[in-house]
Write a new protein. Structure first.
Length: 403
């Protein structure tokens, strides 16, 4: 196949590029800046730069069409929230190219944490009690309901922008800094104690073809994982298939769910309708077969498989040496880096370019760097330029489904 992988700045995008390129596929990487690390993998046929899907949607679609035509692309695999812009403008893509992502309405329903909670409820998967608030008075009333609470915007990601009075992030954000609105509401839940369990799934025609369940023993600033350990997938595979069945029996794409393991019961927290670092734990042949649907039963990563982002682990060790040095040294000595065996070290050397890109996007404002790094490729529920009337109606319906 001839494949375009977008948002190549991400570690999981780089992994997808390596897996596809190493098995003989013609792979083109694209991002909004030339320094994206995935765009410098040795497994690429070419790399391209596009306009921002968020800030220049028409130009982004024009650039994608140019790339598809020039490289005779068969399949587009989005790896971040550009998926929403591509899905909303799928009717403007060249004839014959396939988009490996769900329809816009399904993606929007998953991404909006309010409508996602309603979907989970319908599917019969356990969820914490949830209150959706649309103004500051409602926010104060909701957090007063729970002695221990956890709150975040319906459009948030990456463990950034969390309000809680419990756990390691307690007090990191002030309630005075939270401003829910009817257009951008917040969710408030009782703090559900327990380790976070994440999943990554490949779905083809409504059937889960690959499942990875993993934890992040080491995290950067209690948000983004930097080590990844495969866990048992028995329950998460069941829950994922239930959610897909309820969402769209014809869904094709990549989905990632977050659960909390509360005394042995898994509670669904949110969905990232895109890949996450769980893909790194899949073997190359397993991923490629799952992507094409060429499996009789879902490919499942066995518990115990572990990988790390070595540069991030090293940085974390020196950022908080007393707290992390012992664990980090163990990881550095015993856990394979995500680049192990690929002989593609040049790509990872471009990792700091994403930090520079994020700093430029922040325009000197005091914002969390993890948030700024993806600011030009996120989608926060706004109508998308050029979307069809049908998709616009789907978006309104998603907003109406909030609990």
């Amino acid at each position: 196949m001839r494949i375009l992988v977008t948002s190549s700045r991400n570690t999981f995008a780089l992994d997808i590029i390596r897996k596809l390129g190493s098995t003989g596929h013609y792979v083109v990487a694209a991002d909004t800046f030339s320094g994206a690390m995935g765009s410098h993998s040795r497994f690429l046929a070419a790399h391209e730069v596009t306009a921002s899907p968020r800030f220049e949607t028409d130009k982004f679609i024009e650039d994608v069409n140019r790339i598809v035509t020039a490289h005779q692309i068969d399949l587009i695999i989005p790896t971040f929230e550009e998926a929403f812009y591509l899905a909303a403008r799928e009717h403007d893509l060249p004839e014959g190219v396939r988009l490996f992502a769900g329809k816009f309405g399904a993606l929007a329903q998953l991404h909006d944490k309010g409508s996602f909670q309603r979907l989970v409820e319908r599917s019969g998967v356990p969820i914490p009690e949830t209150v959706v608030v649309s103004n500051e008075d409602e926010l104060h009333a909701a957090i007063d309901r729970f002695p221990q609470f956890f709150a975040r915007a319906v459009y948030s990601r990456g463990g950034v922008g969390l309000l809680t009075n419990t756990g390691p992030l307690a007090g990191k954000m002030s309630v005075e800094d939270c401003h829910p609105t009817p257009e951008q509401p917040w969710l408030v839940q009782p703090f559900t104690d327990g380790p976070m369990i994440c999943t990554y799934s490949v779905i083809v025609d409504g059937r889960v073809t690959a499942q990875c369940t993993y934890s992040a023993p080491e995290q950067w600033a209690h948000s983004t994982g930097i080590t990844f350990l495969a866990e048992d997938s028995t329950k998460t595979l069941e829950y994922t298939q239930k959610l897909v069945d309820e969402l769209d029996p014809n869904f094709t794409g990549q989905l990632s769910f977050d659960f909390v393991n509360h005394h042995g019961e898994l509670y669904a927290i949110e969905c990232n309708p895109r890949p996450t670092n769980g893909v790194i734990l899949l073997e190359t042949a397993e991923f490629v077969d799952a992507l094409t649907g060429d499996v009789e039963e879902p490919v499942v990563v066995e518990p115990g498989v572990e990988r790390q982002v070595r540069l991030a682990v090293l940085a974390d060790a020196f950022t908080e040496p007393i707290k992390h040095l012992k664990t980090s040294l163990h990881d550095l000595l015993h856990v394979h880096d995500i680049g192990h065996g690929w002989h593609d070290s040049l790509a990872m050397m471009w990792g700091p370019a994403a930090l520079v890109h994020g700093a430029k996007l922040s325009h000197g404002q005091k914002v969390e760097l993890l948030k700024a790094m993806g600011d030009d490729i996120v989608w926060n529920g706004e109508p998308i330029v050029g979307m069809t009337e049908e998709d616009a109606a789907e978006l309104l319906d998603v907003h109406a489904q909030r609990i």
